[in-house]
Ligand binder design. Structure first.
Ligand code: MSP
Length: 642
């Protein structure tokens, strides 16, 4: 059975941020979860909402055509979702000709069925939200954004929304899952019971839109245009009706009143469900350009990884309700749940299998009581995911991680490993098998939320079938094959030091904002003075003490794939101890005797318990390995770089 789901199509007057990323991450997780439940095909649509006054104004202000401007921003959305690893099947742009056809089609069907008429309208309009404000007087603020409304008079086509009041109420009653969560359905039901006014669905005040057939100067109202994108994205693919429209609570009325009414008027099938999630606040306040507290996903993904951000958003925020993002909370959860929790379980279990069973999964049925916990947790997690309650589902998975951690401590495999009798050997086999089997189950359950990390652990367990092809039926206890060789062990969630990580994310955020501002055509003065593009003066540069040193010793840092511990002579009384993230690019031995460049006045910090008294300078290549800075001529030890 197919499953077709959508995110809202995003306005092109803002670039992607964690709010829009949240909708899209959750949609991707639901897609993966539905695949796990054997739906086929599972298709995800997102896109860009490009028409309307705002885009017309914004593009004009920077001397571009609306088409050019919309293309730039739409491309930014496409590339951000790609960078964040979101598996979008269709990215629909409302400027796409196939979309134009679909909108006109919908209009003509409604017209033929007698639900559209021509009239004239004078009213208050909010240009920001592209919304007429009913019952507002000149000068009244928009109830959604608080900006002043403007008076407009237009000859318009109207949609007979008033004719759908009873039909909509019947729909909400007949299909209680049509609007979720329940409390939102109740709110909306009350609203519809209060009566519905006809809706003006064309505009003559705007040029940048889809022209109404046979009417030179009318374009479609943006919501009539935008909602139809859910159909045009999959036109002729036999996927309509959508199974799920995932949206933010701010746009529920459009999706649960206008959209089903348009479709009923056109005699077209209705979507199965509209799920409204809550709002992401940044440190308890609404994110806004004017507050300057917009947080973008890219810098966070660069520092802690996309999966950690996905995990945080889906674990921390009860789906449907508002939730707060903060860098501190992100790193806190990362270290407690991922580094100390899942990451530690994986590396401990696999290392013990390596040490005590030469890297081979021992044969055993596993410990009965843990198998029972796994069964209960699996059922609970699947139920929660089915209700899109990711937070609770993840909480269940972590209760299994907690149970297996406790089990390992109680069994103390490091003691069992010293026993030589049969019972001791069997008990160690059982302990290791149980832990590894829990890991396998956890990987399948977590794949929708943390696809990359789950895949890493999966391959370290030595699993051959692709994780993405695993289904709920593979979750039964005992699916881990005995005798399987595990893969190479690498840390999946290295512990993160809070302060430098937050400083890095904030620094990258400034760069990211400046980059997006260029795309949006904002003047560089909009960027904060601290943005790197503003440049630093020579005094600032002189504060960095760069010195030439020679590597005296080099060794790998235990338990880390990335770190080397070096001692480097920079001409001081004692060599510096430096921990450098270059182990994936350089073997330790050949580094000894090599001249390197060191930042010598960096505050010392501890990495994996080793004090690092400086930083080694290397070129950092996107997606590649670091390359150490070096000299063609010989340079004396201790020389300063200026
Ligand atoms: N273009 C319309 C939607 C048309 S759908 C046919 C629109 N676009 S939007 O760019 O403003 O983004 C809408 C969606 O982005 C919200 O409904 C919500 O899903 C998501 N979010 C934007 N900011 C958000 C937060 N701060 N928090 C959570 N989601 C947010 O409305």
């Amino acid at each position: 059975m197919k499953y077709y789901l959508t995110t809202p199509i995003y306005y092109v007057n803002a670039a992607p941020h964690i709010g829009t990323a949240y909708s899209t991450f959750v949609a991707d997780a639901i897609k993966k979860f539905k695949q796990m439940q054997d739906f086929e095909p599972v298709v995800l649509t997102t896109g860009s909402d490009e028409h309307g006054q705002n885009v017309e104004r914004a593009s004009k202000a920077i001397g571009m055509t609306p088409e050019e401007y919309a293309t730039r921003v739409a491309n930014e959305f496409v590339s951000q979702w790609q960078k964040l690893g979101i598996a979008v099947d269709h990215f629909i742009r409302t400027s796409d000709p196939k979309h134009t056809e679909c909108v006109r089609d919908l209009f003509e069907r409604c017209l033929r069925n007698g639900y559209i008429y021509k009239g004239s309208y004078t009213g208050q309009y909010c240009f920001h939200d592209e919304l007429y404000v009913n019952d507002a007087k000149p000068g009244d603020p928009c109830p959604d954004c608080g900006r002043p409304t403007e008076t407009v008079t237009e000859e318009n086509y109207f949609f007979k929304l008033s004719a759908f009041q009873d039909k909509l109420l019947e729909l909400y009653e007949r299909e209680p899952k049509f609007i979720q969560p329940d409390y939102r359905r109740n709110e909306l039901t009350q609203f519809v019971k209060g009566g519905l006014n006809d809706l003006s669905i064309t505009r003559t005040t705007i040029k940048w839109g889809i022209p109404v057939p046979g009417e030179g100067n009318h374009v479609f109202y943006v919501w009539f245009d935008a909602l139809t994108a859910y159909m045009s994205a999959v036109r002729d693919q036999n996927l309509w009706p959508a199974d799920l429209h995932l949206i933010g609570k701010d746009i529920l009325r459009f999706h649960a009143i206008y959209w089903p009414a348009f479709l009923m008027a056109a005699d077209l099938p209705l979507p199965k469900q509209v799920f409204a999630h809550g709002w992401i606040l940044v440190e308890e306040s609404k994110m806004s350009k004017s507050r300057g507290n917009v947080v973008r996903p890219g810098p966070i993904a660069d520092v802690v990884g996309t999966d950690a951000l996905r995990y945080f958003l889906m674990r921390e925020i009860t789906f449907g309700q508002d939730g707060s993002f903060s860098y501190d909370a992100l790193i806190g959860r990362y270290n407690s749940d991922l580094a100390n929790g899942l990451g530690n379980l994986a590396s401990r279990t696999l290392t013990m299998i390596n040490q005590y069973r030469r890297g081979v999964i021992p044969g055993s049925d596993g410990a009965g009581h843990i198998a029972e916990v796994a069964r209960t947790v699996t059922a609970a997690a699947l139920d929660s995911f089915n209700d899109f309650d990711f937070s609770r589902g993840l909480e269940s998975v972590w209760s299994l991680i907690g149970a297996i951690d406790k089990f390992i401590v109680e069994r103390a495999p490091w003691k069992l490993a010293k026993e030589t009798d049969e019972a001791g050997i069997a008990l160690l086999d059982e302990t290791l098998y149980t832990a590894a089997e829990v890991l396998r189950i956890v990987c399948i359950l977590l794949y929708p939320v943390m696809p990359d990390s789950a895949k890493k652990i999966w391959s370290q367990l030595g699993m051959k079938p692709a994780l993405e092809a695993q289904r709920a039926s593979n979750l039964h206890w005992g699916g881990l094959p005995a005798g399987q060789e595990i893969g190479k062990i690498t840390g999946v969630f290295p512990r993160i030091e809070e302060k430098p990580a937050i400083a890095k994310m904030k620094e990258l955020e400034i760069v990211e904002k400046a980059r997006q501002d260029v795309i949006l055509g904002k003047k560089p003065t909009d960027a904060p003075a601290a943005a790197p593009s503003a440049g630093i003066n020579i005094e600032d540069f002189a504060k960095v003490d760069l010195r030439v040193g020679v590597v005296l010793t080099a060794e790998r840092v235990k338990g880390s794939d990335k770190l080397l511990h070096l001692s480097v002579d920079i001409g001081e009384a004692k060599p510096r101890s430096i921990v450098a993230g270059i182990a994936e690019a350089y073997e330790p031995a050949p580094l000894v005797g090599r001249k390197v460049v060191i930042v010598a006045n960096l505050a010392p910090r501890k990495l994996r318990g080793i004090e690092s008294q400086g930083m080694i300078v290397a070129a950092s290549l996107e997606g590649g390995k670091p390359v150490l800075a070096s000299f063609l001529e010989d340079v004396p030890i201790g020389a300063r770089l200026k």
